[in-house]
Design a protein around this ligand. Structure first.
Ligand SMILES: [Cu+2]
Length: 132
């Protein structure tokens, strides 16, 4: 699958994985189709490690983008790659691909996420992270 070599260039590598602090990560499966995320509302607990398992079950490429991860150390694992970095805001998946995105939510609130491939958000492919 397509991975993002520029992630490696733009983001400093972190030596400590995010799950080192708070025990094993809880797992939330997120399905991507044309043109929606299921679930569209993802509820997370601040301070509790979480792994979002993103699966593209559609016929088109899709991506998960949120500014929430901009400052959060994040581990992204795909079939081809493992990246530990801060500043990962976009994970793009080819049809059939899966990626695991692990981080510790730090800031409470409601933050949007979306597939930012042209036209997809407008077609309804968006959702909300609720961090309590
Ligand atoms: Cu999409």
């Amino acid at each position: 699958m397509l991975v993002w070599p520029w992630l490696l260039l733009l983001t400093p590598l972190m030596l400590v994985p995010p799950h080192a602090d708070g025990g094993p990560a809880s797992v939330v499966s997120v399905e991507m189709v044309e043109f929606a995320f299921h679930p569209a509302v993802i509820r997370l607990s601040a301070g509790r490690p979480v792994t979002l398992v993103l699966e593209n079950r559609g016929q088109l490429s899709h991506q998960f983008e949120t500014g929430y991860l901009r400052t959060v150390p994040t581990v992204v694992v795909t079939d081809a790659l493992r990246v530990e970095a801060s500043g990962v805001t976009v994970v793009r998946l080819q049809p059939g691909a899966t990626a695991k995105v692990t981080f510790v939510p730090a800031i409470r609130g409601r933050v949007s996420f979306a597939c930012t491939i042209e036209g997809h958000r407008e077609a309804g492919m968006a959702g909300t992270l609720e961090i309590r």
